[in-house]
Write a protein that binds this ligand. Structure first.
Ligand SMILES: [Zn+2]
Length: 279
């Protein structure tokens, strides 16, 4: 096993998820941290937000591996009276380094959508949108297409997704005929509406992703596209943390904790049927 410092762990992460595989608009890699700082404990999170930062500090973690970038747009200040500035100050004071693998982890094989597909029991996986450029080849790409172990109706697949994915207030909602038979499924961790045409072209029976909206969904269904399942963004990417954690434990003599702090911004959900109306 390799000695674990911020530098060696970052180098290994960069090899597994090369920065050149990230989309051009993305910002990945080490955000902050001392290269020579030893790493004994790592916390894997989807979002680097105050709740997960406090979890890292409480655990005595030396490094946070996050999926979403803390900084995607340029900033002119990290003053401690800004939301992100407070996070930076808290991490540096507590000696916690921060690393991000985002679209470079989405496109990897195995990547974020493989972990999502595995939760649903999908097999025979292939990319929904094969990678181009630096990441092209070797089964890399965004989203995955796979086959269910046996056919399900859309209603059954919706319940399966709700059962197998981390629980959130938003839950899982689906669009299409509840009795539609589903055998082949496309999945994409995170916002996936840009791949609706790819899912239609692939001829899958259903497509599961996060952050779907009214008009793209209704127009997609009207054009005869696959049934759609909309899940919480956090829940779609949380499964990948188990994959990266297992790999880190294999490569380094470190303790790796996966955060189950639900960082999905949607925190309340009600159906009319759930309500107890009091006069
Ligand atoms: Zn995401």
């Amino acid at each position: 096993m390799t000695d674990s410092t911020v530098r060696t762990v970052v180098d290994a992460l960069d090899t597994r998820y090369p920065r050149s595989w990230a989309e051009s608009w993305d910002r990945v890699g080490l955000v902050l941290g001392e290269f020579d700082h030893p790493v004994a404990r790592v916390l894997c999170v989807v979002d680097c937000v105050p709740e997960t930062v406090e979890q890292a500090v409480d655990l005595g973690a030396d490094l946070i591996v996050a999926h979403h970038p803390l900084f995607l747009k340029p900033v002119s200040s990290i003053a401690p009276d800004t939301f992100k500035g407070r996070i930076v100050h808290r991490l540096i004071r507590a000696g916690v380094a921060l690393y991000t693998a985002h679209t470079n982890a989405d496109v990897a094989n195995p990547g974020v959508s493989d972990a999502l597909a595995a939760r649903l029991g999908l097999t025979d996986l292939r990319p929904l949108a094969p990678a181009e450029g630096a990441a092209a080849g070797e089964g890399r790409g965004l989203g995955r297409i796979g086959v269910l172990p046996g056919p399900l109706t859309l209603a059954e697949l919706t319940r399966l997704a709700a059962e197998r994915l981390p629980a959130t207030s938003a839950g899982v909602r689906s669009a299409g005929d509840p009795d539609r038979p589903i055998r082949t499924v496309a999945v994409c961790g995170g916002a996936g509406d840009s791949f609706l045409p790819d899912a239609t072209r692939a001829g899958v029976d259903a497509y599961l992703c996060a952050d779907l909206r009214h008009h793209p969904v209704s127009e997609h269904l009207a054009a005869g596209g696959p049934a759609l399942l909309d899940v919480a963004h956090w829940a779609s990417e949380r499964p990948w943390l188990d994959d990266v954690a297992a790999w880190l434990r294999e490569v380094f003599p470190v303790e790796v904790v996966v955060s189950d702090v639900d960082t999905d911004p949607w925190t309340v959900h009600a159906n009319r049927d759930d309500l107890e109306i009091r006069p």
